[in-house]
Design a protein around this ligand. Structure first.
Ligand SMILES: Nc1ncnc2c1ncn2[C@@H]1O[C@H](COP(=O)(O)OP(=O)(O)OP(=O)(O)O)[C@@H](O)[C@H]1O
Ligand SMILES: [Mg+2]
Length: 527
């Protein structure tokens, strides 16, 4: 053993001597040539290929270096014992990276590769317009020569894509608005943005679990569907129409969608947009992987169908002259605008909007979701509702029993087992009839969130009283309906007319009603 140590020590001594000799006796130029030669020989006989990805390529930053760094920080790759930690600007997430001069192995399509992060001090710089970092950093990728043609390109594409995904996830999501009207900022951008930090998720969203699952898988399929959309020749976009009473969670659903997919939100305020071309410019400046939202589409603007406009001479469905009707229509304002500007693109129209959701312009930018919300689906133009226009119509309903359980969990931290069986049964019995929105129920629960028992008691009281009110209202409506029916029957039956006519004052009523029916059939619906 002792001999072995002595041999090793003398071997090290020889090596150290050779190294000193190499550095002192041989001039640097010759040393460089020797090293290059040695490297050539080594690569000739080695069964591996080596690729260097340096941080700075000439004077430019090498994007691939950043991508590799991010990729290696992903959880699948962080198996190394030594890692560096970083947090980027505008990011609340800490990422792991390969420490200096450390190695890491990865497998792609069953092929093992090795990454090495090499950091060496940079030689002192002469004058440079752009000072370089003091250290020279780079990754070296080692792949077996026989695997290189099979995976290299795909592997690098994969890394770039993965890095973009990580970058997006790490960065704060943004909420854009066009509230400034058509004016541009200093960079010529029509959108203003703020960090988007809405906490709503599909987990906290109170709605039927089956419906929720369906929406989530639809969104997932959409986000993973690049190949599908390319294969089928469809623009990579999807439209959702969320409708239902106020406070049922339409806006919360949009936030949950954005958080689920990691997309930015563009909140398009249509009342701030004056013309179709302005709308086009705004939509062209949206990025991919985003949700474009138009809230309360029924009241944000008077959008009418092209055909109706053409036929009605610039009048909307109510027959009122439409200030912002289609160029096809001939409203006075349109005509004046056309005269002044010599163009027929001076108003925002339904067709202008639809051109972006499913017309030629829909393919400008990809991976985008359009979401329209409304409280009154019956007020929407049929053109917006026809099949294929909005891919999914989602009805956001009053709180159901499964939904109320989600709210109990959100606000009181109660699972099924924490609430008495009797209370649950009472909730189930009264919830549908009460027709309370998740917003109403949330309010009751928030108010009493310090005392679960009281919160449940108050909730039951509120639900019962609402159910009772609705029951009474329904009965009154039924009685009213029956009275109307009776009246109608009396008007329709000649026998009864005769009877009433001979009976005095009632005959006048009938006559008047008949007259009414004849004169204004469309008005009162009696015929
Ligand atoms: N389905 C839901 N799940 C969880 N919370 C909800 C739900 N619906 C409403 N809420 C609560 O009520 C508040 C208002 O809901 P939200 O703004 O999403 O309703 P909305 O349907 O968009 O209403 P509006 O039609 O008036 O715009 C939310 O902040 C949230 O706390
Ligand atoms: Mg809303």
């Amino acid at each position: 053993m002792k001999e072995l140590w002595t041999t090793m020590a003398s071997l090290m001594g020889v090596l150290a001597f050779c190294q000193t000799l190499f550095h002192t006796v041989i001039p640097p130029e010759l040393r460089f040539v020797f090293l290059k030669l040695f490297q050539r020989l080594f690569t000739c006989f080695s069964s591996y290929c080596y690729y260097e990805i340096t941080e700075i390529d000439g004077v430019n930053t090498n994007e691939l270096y950043n991508a590799v760094q991010l990729y290696l920080s992903s959880s699948t790759a962080t198996t190394s014992n030594r890692l560096s930690l970083t947090r980027g600007l505008n990011s609340s997430v800490i990422t792991f990276g390969l420490a200096n001069n450390d190695r890491l192995s990865d497998v792609f399509h069953g092929v093992p590769v090795v990454w090495e992060h090499i950091v060496t001090p940079r030689q002192s710089q002469t004058f440079s317009w752009r000072p370089l970092p003091e250290e020279k950093r780079g990754f070296t990728l080692r792949i077996n020569k026989r695997d290189k043609p099979r995976i290299l390109e795909d592997y690098l594409d994969f890394i770039t894509e993965k890095a973009n995904e990580i970058r997006r996830k790490n960065q704060d999501r943004l909420l854009y608005t066009n509230s400034r009207g058509g004016s541009l900022d200093s960079r010529g951008h029509p959108w203003e943005s703020v960090p988007f930090k809405h906490p709503s998720t599909f987990e906290t969203l109170a709605m039927d679990p089956e419906k929720k699952k369906l929406i989530m898988s639809d969104l997932k399929d959409f986000a993973d569907g690049q190949a599908f959309y390319r294969r089928t020749g469809r623009a990579w976009k999807r439209g959702y129409l969320l409708y239902g009473p106020p406070g049922t969670g339409k806006s919360s659903m949009i936030a949950a969608m954005a958080n689920f997919l990691g997309y930015d939100i563009y909140d398009l305020e249509l009342t701030e947009v004056n013309t179709n071309s302005e709308l086009r410019k705004l939509l062209m400046k949206t990025s991919s992987k985003s949700i474009i939202v138009i809230e309360d589409i029924d009241c944000s603007i008077s959008l009418t169908n092209r055909k109706k406009n053409n036929g009605a001479g610039g009048r909307n469905t109510d027959g009122v002259p439409d200030v912002r009707s289609s160029p096809g229509g001939i409203s006075p304002v349109d005509l004046r605008d056309q005269e002044i500007n010599g163009s027929n693109n001076n108003s925002i129209t339904l067709s202008g909007l639809l051109n972006f959701t499913d017309g030629l312009w829909s393919c400008c930018g990809s991976e985008r979701i359009f979401v329209f919300t409304t409280n009154h689906i019956e007020k929407l133009d049929p053109a917006l509702l026809r099949s294929g226009r909005m891919d999914m119509h989602v009805f956001m309903s009053y709180c159901s029993f499964p939904s109320v359980k989600i709210l109990l969990k959100n606000y009181l931290g109660c699972d099924d087992g924490d609430v008495g069986k009797g209370v649950l049964e009472e909730l189930a019995a009264v919830i549908d009839e009460a027709e309370m929105t998740p917003a109403d129920i949330s309010e009751v629960l928030i108010k009493n969130r310090r005392d679960n028992e009281r919160a449940l008691r108050e909730l039951l009281v509120a639900l019962r009283s609402r159910a009772e009110k609705n029951r009474r209202r329904r009965m009154e409506a039924e009685v009213e309906e029956m009275a109307e029916e009776e009246e109608k029957r009396a008007l329709d039956s000649p026998m009864e007319v005769g009877d009433v006519a001979t009976g005095g004052g009632g005959g006048d009523d009938v006559e008047v009603n008949y007259k009414k029916g004849g004169d204004g059939e469309e008005d009162n619906g009696i015929n």
